[in-house]
Design a protein around this ligand. Sequence first.
Ligand code: HEM
Ligand SMILES: [Ca+2]
Length: 612
Amino acid sequence: FNDFIATPQCQLQKSNFNCDSNSPYSEFDGSCNNLLSPWYGKAFVPFKRVLPSEYEDAFGKQRVSSKDGFQLPNPRFLSVSAAINGPQNEQFVNHLSTFFGQLVAFDVSSAPSTTDPSGETLKCDCSEQNENCISIKIPQEENIMKMSCMSFARTQSAFPQLDCQFKSREQINKVTSFIDASSVYGSNNDRNSQLRLGIGGLLKTSPGLFQHRPYLTRLPDSNCNLDDIMSLCFNTGEDRGNENLGLIAVHTLFMREHNRIASELSRLNPSWNDQTLFFETRKILIAIYQHIIFNEWLPLIIGPDYVKTLNLFSLNGTAFHQQYDPNINPSIANEFATAAFRYGHSMSKNSFSRLSPLGTPIAISLNISKTIFKTAEAYNPAGGGLESILSGLLDDQAAKFDSNFADTLQNHLFENVLPDNRITAIDLLAANINRGRDHGIPPYFKYRDICGGKKPTDFDTLLEVMIPSKVNKLRSLYNRVEDIDLYLGGLFETPVPGGVVGPTFACIIGNQFSYLKGGDRFYYENGPSITSFRLNQLNEIKKITMARLICNDFDITVIQKRAFEIPSQDNVKTACNSIPKAGANILDQRNYQFLDEILYKKNYRSDPVKKI
Ligand code: HEM
Ligand SMILES: [Ca+2]
């Protein structure tokens, strides 16, 4: 245990924090959101757990043994064998729901890998010399991935437990657990200042393909396309922003909306300085983003029953949500990050469609592999840039949530040919299974129990949540029902009514979001308090939808009202000007009274919002 991150738990005492309880704004690193336990939800503290870890030994060796004493099945073998029906699509939800999900995932969770002395992710092979290497052998009979071993470094170990006593291995979350758009703003002051222009509360931008539609700023000295001059990566609030261009398009949407609101605030309040403009804008943007998550997006993923039981919808009346509870720890659970919220990996297709502003196809579709940590397609004039990618996300059905992964993600992720012609690549499904064992995530059957189902005692009892062919598949893969990995078990479940994931993932995801709501002092509906919006301002925010943001900030003229669902007869595409301009007709000079509502100035500041 030489490689733990030295900072966290031992310092997690109230006396180490100097919180300003009068600040109306949340901290970038999430500290002091909870004034009793200021580290709750902060960046660089360990994940919490739904169930205690189960490692191979008392210290934290990855789980390898099955219940009957043999080895657990090889993750790559499981991945290849798990595909059942071939690729299918979701009936209602679109690709935008998938990549918005990824933005949320990166907002709340990032577990750092172990690194070599130069700070790069540890390179591993199957000789397993290093105790932090748990690479995956590619089964010999395999003829898809042309390699013998998939490199796999363990997640960094954190020094365990708040009292600094030696217990078993824990993992650290590098980003704030809170839903605070940290993927857009950064999880610390340094990252945040890299992203800001320093004038007018604005975020930095770089020129886009169309003059009036800027892109995110670029990272100096980065390389997102080996043989192109446009090789710089985009700079976002955290390290994985360039993972694919669907994600970048969604990121860009929130960056543009930030700058749109900031400009408007600045016009109305010429006396506000950069700081005030930035923090007021960020507060409004986070509120809009939380509103979209809880009201439009999450219900489609976990279905209406969980939303109702856990009280996740926003209030529709004119009341504040008065259920903030400082005893709730909003930190992300290891099971959520390592299994349940990776549900989206199964919902990405191999390709993106690209559409014109009017919704007509403008180019051949784009293979997703061309966009993974590559930015060139954002600048290809024939392709229509990020605008066309975002439009395509609106129309494309998501891949069905199941145990089938897109070929790119399952067989070719980060594929690279080494000088000696050896190929390296990642299988994301196998990686997710392996990561669960790395983190000591207990097996699937234990979560059935705590999530309100019956504890499975044999494979047949899984019929409660899976169709017979899937139960039989699991029976053929694992010796005992007690061995099934949480991630794979979750992927095999039949979706909950009205949602995409099955009951166990819905339970883990739903409960996590309920903690993220009830344990966030800055949750947008909270009040009245120093951190809150005024009620009528809040009600304007609640009129904003994802469709409205897209109309505000992208070259799109027609859109379906429910933006996370494909267009259909009861979700028809309509002109943007018929999408409610709630919150504020912010760019319309005739709507100042609206604007005044949303930009209401609280009494902690001396200069009033200007009415024109
Ligand atoms: C093209 C699409 C995507 C790619 C290539 C991708 C790739 C990856 C990779 C390589 C990892 C680390 C795997 C490991 O070694 O443990 C990861 C982690 C993760 N991904 Fe994705 N991902 C994609 C989309 C998504 C989507 C759509 C979601 C959710 C809706 C998602 C949620 C997550 C989560 C929660 C983690 C764990 C983060 C952490 O705690 O470190 N990803 N992804
Ligand atoms: Ca966050």
